[in-house]
Design a protein around this ligand. Structure first.
Ligand code: NAI
Ligand code: MG
Length: 351
């Protein structure tokens, strides 16, 4: 049954994070008000500001409180005044691991009016509409590694990619289910199993083992390096891509770049087992270069709200938000710049 209330945790974070999240919430309220779904929000102060104030990254008590919500909306975390790695390893990754966000979902859609650096008429005459299902809790991001003799000519550094049969199976199944629900029903595994033979063959065998349960889904395979070629020369060939944490991180930046830029790229950190709340956020970071100037495009944050609505069981509302963004982009005049607030107002007004 569709929920009648939503209890959200909101982590605005740093830089433009709070600015774009505010517009996402504005649009969320506009679309939920009409159907009588009540929204309550609780703000959590995490990120660079908290770290500077107290040295804290992600207190255990905050993780426990977050668990009590239906979903989490995140802006962005990070600032040049914080050493690289402190907040990524201290806040973002621990959140994904603690809440078991094994599916990092990143759709890439070329909306009308969106500008791609590719010659779309030539390389993708039928448009771009694919989704990357990136594994979010394993791979080389788990922190399995270390360093010895740092700073000496004998330094040793390891960063071990961890892949479990359980972890690969659950993300592959999620990707098959998503492919099965889409019109083109195509799944592409992206890896490098000719060189990374241990992890690569686990991924390949898992896809082969699950495929018979989804006979309607066509299965394809590309090495990661070839995938980057096709993403620029023939992006229309992709429907659902499933891949590991590192390859997924890289390929989704490329995917965002070809389909209208970082201001449009939305993402969900999803727990498909629903044992903890999922978290929805724009792919972009805190953009300190434009902080506080009203220049941030809130569209990615608004599209992340649509992903959240879909996940919590309100797909009609998700479709309305997507359509409102679609129409707003189609009628956007790039020669007339709009502020963050004006874009949020324009999308909300269409609802
Ligand atoms: P960034 O995505 O913040 O910015 C890259 C460029 O894109 C900048 O020129 C920025 O002005 C522009 N940009 C980004 N989002 C925009 C938007 N919505 N509208 C208009 N322009 C936009 O990446 P950068 O500069 O590498 O990172 C800045 C900080 O953000 C760093 O501390 C980084 O660690 C953090 N970060 C956090 C992420 C997260 O919270 N998930 C993801 C990526 C970066
Ligand atoms: Mg990234």
């Amino acid at each position: 049954p569709a929920p009648t209330s939503l209890n959200l945790a909101v982590i605005g974070g740093d830089g433009i994070g709070p600015e774009v999240v505010a517009q996402g919430l504005k649009v969320l309220r506009a679309v939920t008000d009409q159907v009588g779904v009540s929204v309550t929000t609780t703000d959590y102060d995490l990120g660079a500001k908290r770290w500077h104030k107290s040295g804290e990254t992600l207190p255990d008590s905050v993780v426990e409180e977050l668990r009590g919500h239906d979903a989490i909306l995140l802006g962005a975390i990070g600032h040049p005044t914080v050493p690289s790695g402190v907040l990524e390893r201290g806040v973002l990754l621990p959140l994904r691991f603690a809440l078991d966000h094994c599916v990092n979902l990143r759709p890439s859609v070329l909306f009308p009016g969106a500008v791609s650096p590719l010659d779309i008429e030539r390389v993708a005459p039928d448009g771009i509409d694919f989704v990357v299902v990136r594994e979010g809790t394993e791979g080389p991001y788990v922190g399995n590694g270390g360093a010895l003799r740092v700073g000496t000519p004998h330094e040793i550094a390891t960063e071990v990619s961890v892949n479990t049969a359980y972890g690969v199976d659950r993300v592959v199944r999620d990707a098959f289910e998503r492919a099965s629900a889409r019109p083109r029903k195509k799944l592409t595994l992206v890896h490098k199993h000719n060189v990374l033979v241990h992890a690569g063959h686990l991924w390949r065998r898992t896809v082969e083992a699950v495929a018979p349960e989804f006979p309607e889904v066509t299965v394809d395979y590309l090495h990661i390096d070839a995938a980057t070629i096709f993403m620029t020369t023939d992006p229309g060939r992709f429907d659902v891509i499933v891949t590991d944490n590192l390859f997924g991180d890289i390929i989704t930046d490329l995917a965002a770049a070809i389909s209208g830029g970082i201001g449009l790229a939305a993402s969900g950190n999803i727990n498909p087992m629903r044992t903890a709340p999922s978290m929805f956020e724009p792919v972009h970071g805190s953009a300190p270069d434009i902080e506080g100037q009203g220049k941030a495009d809130p569209t990615a944050a608004i599209l992340s709200v649509a992903l959240m609505l879909e996940h919590v069981g309100l797909p009609e509302l998700a479709a309305r938000v997507d359509q409102a963004v679609h129409d707003d982009l189609a009628e956007r005049d790039p020669s007339v710049p709009r502020t963050t607030d004006q874009i949020g107002d324009a999308v909300a007004a269409r609802l």
